[in-house]
Design a protein around this ligand. Structure first.
Ligand code: BGC
Length: 774
């Protein structure tokens, strides 16, 4: 059953209690000036094309609607089905019947959506079809690796395919709209929701945002196997202070503009149909009430034409934030800021009519929002055939298609990151006659699909690593399984499973320890102050290594963990994330060398939580620390730990090796309109075929504001046969060098730059210098 963590009842009750009649004057976005736009000419998706017939249809329909019916279109409620959170209203079917709801979420299957749709179409005055939304995040039935894992593939085709398949499955079950992709930049692994996004980097995150939008929406929204995507959570939710979910975000407009907003802008330019607001406040204004975000930036600067939905009861939450005195005021602030649809809060449902009647909200504002919502229903073809997504035959033919399962396996292995491989411990040698498979995640179906796995089956379908290893090892190899340890926080001191696990290890040629976090230790409301292996896993791992057998650690987790001991003492470490329905096969493919790992970290792995936040594209200090120069007391450093992370952003090994030639530049200067090409020849110098993610970073040496020490500006994943070479070229224009300058304008600045092309963000191997001139 999907767990869609929601505000507890108690919280909602307290929100209700806070209601009062006093009204505070509203000045949405007061004190927040939007930073300058990042691009001047917004792109247009095919669904944004002018459609006079649609405009006429919408004009006529809206003219017929009562104010109550309009408010209904701006109201989204959860079904009671498989919802783990509170339902704000009893009898949502009655709400549908009365035209009080325009969208339902957490309802799927062709049969169920058809039943609800029938009520909307046949039993309401105007027969406006419902829009069904759902959290299809990394798969619908066939589950792919968690989003952070997908990001680690750096494989845009794979990510697009995962979204495409998700859309095919979800749309066959009546779903029109997914609340994905989450494009929040996340630099703090304590935050549990890092698992749902693309990691710490703006450039990579932007490319992934586009790939996802393409995958879900395709290029034609009127096709019944495409669904609306959502760019969420707008904005800066990933920067919650101390990594505690829902916490305050306070940041400079420059950082917002340069680091946190670009993936949203990329989603918008890729034609994303909807945006979701965030739970957090940003610089004092809750995102759901932020006119700066929802109107000044999203509409006025970016020209966004879709609609904006709130996060789950986030209008109501402006009361505990201390931004709204009661729900009426919260509703007023939200819609006047630019919200179109209220998810689950019933704030619009209960207050919008009176707000219009009293003149606090104009009917024009309501009409604009209604039109945006109805337009999406129209573009999806729902006015033509409201049941086109609720097709039982298609559902039967689509779910868990063999090619989907094959793709899930392939994407899972592409997502895995080989963190360490001393002495070629991996792949497992063909001579190994016995393998001990140990750990709480080795045979746990429940954990395989991670959090936010929508309608994924947690009980029967997932293939565990144990099963994958058993099937691959075949009859000639003895595979012994012992759970051995527990990831439960409360089991930290227990040792009861150790003896069995150690005996299995001693009797085997190789030990595969599958350890990490329980699936729900990441995701929403799953922040941690320790990133260590939870429970008694660390203790068992140390004893396994002490047996003297070669130990391979397969880490399953939804965030960077801190495993400094393992980094020093375990010869081989593979980050497998939560790899999805076919994950166990994918793990076996990598362990036995049937697939040569090619994933790269989308997030820095710290040594310990005290280094957090730690990310590769930081600014330089005035007292930078250089480890190889001694006697540097008054430097920016820790006394007890190196500054460097355990593993840098972009890191990931292969079973083969790659050599990079020196960089050649087409010119040592870039002029506006005159790009520069940087090329490098990469050679597979090992004995196996493999894939490499070639990464290009730059540094702007001096700016009107301090510039990051390194920024990713390009990457390409290439496949090279053993011994093969390929030249990879990147084109850089002055637009790639743009940032929010000291005067808050957006653009590049002439001056000197450094450029690196290499295998990771900490690869200093191949560098070059160039200048930007005017
Ligand atoms: C989450 C959103 C999600 C929504 C609907 C919220 O709790 O923050 O990401 O889309 O619930 O389930």
């Amino acid at each position: 059953m999907p767990v869609t963590g929601k505000a507890p009842f108690a919280l909602l009750a307290s929100i209700a209690l806070l209601g009062s009649t006093a009204v505070i004057p509203v000045t949405p976005g007061f004190g927040q000036d939007a930073p300058a736009s990042q691009a001047q000419s917004p792109a247009r998706a095919s669904w944004e094309a002018a459609d006079p017939a649609m405009e006429k249809f919408l004009d006529e329909l809206i003219a017929k609607m009562t104010l109550e019916e309009k408010v209904g279109q701006l109201t989204q409620l959860t079904s009671d089905w498989e919802s783990t959170g509170p339902t704000m209203r009893e009898g949502y079917k009655n709400d549908i019947r009365a035209g009080r709801v325009g969208s339902i979420f957490n309802a799927y299957t062709a049969e169920y959506t058809r039943e609800l749709q029938r009520i909307a179409v046949e039993e309401t005055r105007l027969g406006i079809p419902l829009l069904f939304g759902y959290d299809v995040i990394h798969g619908h039935r066939t589950i792919f690796p968690i989003s952070l894992g997908e990001a680690a593939s750096w494989d845009m085709k794979a990510i697009e395919l995962a979204a495409r398949i998700s859309a095919q499955e979800a749309s066959a079950e009546g779903i029109h709209w997914t609340f994905a992709p989450m494009v929040d930049i996340a630099r703090d692994p304590r935050w549990g929701r890092v698992s749902e996004g693309a990691g710490e980097d703006t450039y990579l995150g932007s490319r992934i945002a586009e790939a996802n939008v393409r995958g879900y929406q395709g290029d034609d929204l009127s096709r019944p196997d495409t669904i609306l995507a959502t760019a969420k959570h707008f904005a800066a939710y990933g920067a919650a202070e101390a990594g505690r979910d829902y916490n305050t975000t306070d940041m400079s407009m420059r950082r917002l503009n340069d680091v946190y907003l670009p993936p949203f802008k990329a989603a918008r330019d890729a034609g994303v149909a909807t945006f979701m607001t965030a739970f957090n406040e940003l610089n004092g204004i809750p995102a759901t009430g932020s006119k700066m975000l929802l109107t000044d930036i999203l509409r006025d600067q970016w020209g966004f034409n879709g609609f904006v939905v709130t996060d789950y009861t986030s209008i109501n939450e402006m009361i505990p934030h201390g931004y709204s005195v009661d729900l009426a005021q919260a509703a007023e602030q939200a819609i006047n800021a630019g919200v179109d649809m209220d998810m689950q809060g019933a704030a619009f449902l209960d207050h919008l009519k009176e707000l219009v009647e009293s003149g606090r909200v104009s009917e024009e504002t309501v009409d604009t929002a209604v039109r945006r919502v109805l337009e999406m229903k129209y573009r999806l073809g729902l006015f033509e055939d409201p049941y086109r997504y609720s097709d039982e035959a298609r559902q039967k033919a689509t779910l868990y298609r063999p090619d989907f399962l094959e793709a899930a396996r392939d994407i899972a292995r592409r997502s895995m990151v080989l963190l360490k491989n001393e002495g070629d411990t991996l792949p497992i040698a063909a001579t190994a006659r016995s393998i001990a498979v140990i750990g709480p995640l080795a045979d746990s179906k429940t954990d395989m699909i991670g959090s936010w796995s929508a309608a994924g089956d947690r009980q029967t379908r997932p293939i565990t690593p144990l099963q994958g290893i058993r099937e691959r090892a075949g009859d000639g190899v003895t595979v012994t399984y012992a759970k051995g340890a527990s990831y439960a926080f409360e089991d930290g001191d227990k040792t009861d499973g150790f003896a069995e696990a150690l005996a299995a290890a001693r009797n085997s040629d190789v030990v595969v320890a599958v350890m990490g976090e329980r699936w729900d230790m990441t995701g929403e409301a799953a922040s941690r102050t320790s990133l260590d292996l939870p429970g008694n896993q660390q203790a068992l791992l140390e004893q396994l290594v002490a047996t003297g057998k070669p130990v391979i650690l397969v880490l399953m987790s939804g965030r960077p963990n801190t495993i400094p001991w393992a980094a020093d003492h375990v010869p081989a470490i593979l980050e497998a994330w939560y790899p999805g329905t076919q994950g166990g096969y994918a793990v076996a493919d990598v362990l036995f060398g049937d697939y040569n790992p090619s994933g790269k970290l989308p997030m820095t792995f710290p040594r310990n939580v005290g280094q957090v936040p730690i990310y590769y594209n930081a600014d330089n200090t005035g007292r930078p620390y250089t480890p190889d120069v001694h006697g540097q007391k008054y430097r920016s450093r820790y006394l007890n730990t190196p500054n460097e992370p355990q593993w840098a952003f972009g890191h990931g090994l292969s079973y083969t090796s790659f050599a990079y030639s020196p960089v050649t530049l087409s010119s040592d200067t870039i002029r506006p309109g005159q790009p520069l090409t940087a090329s490098v020849t990469v050679t597979n110098t090992g004995a196996r075929d493999g894939e490499e993610v070639v990464q290009l970073y730059i540094r702007d040496l001096v700016g009107s504001v301090v510039r990051p020490v390194r920024q990713l500006k390009g990457f390409e994943k290439i496949a090279l046969k053993a011994g093969e070479s390929r030249t990879v070229s990147f084109t850089l224009t002055d637009a790639d060098l743009a940032f929010t300058r000291a005067d808050n304008s957006f653009g590049s600045e002439p001056g000197a730059f450094k450029l690196w092309i290499g295998t990771s963000s900490d690869d200093n191997g191949q560098e070059a210098d160039f200048t930007l001139t005017q």
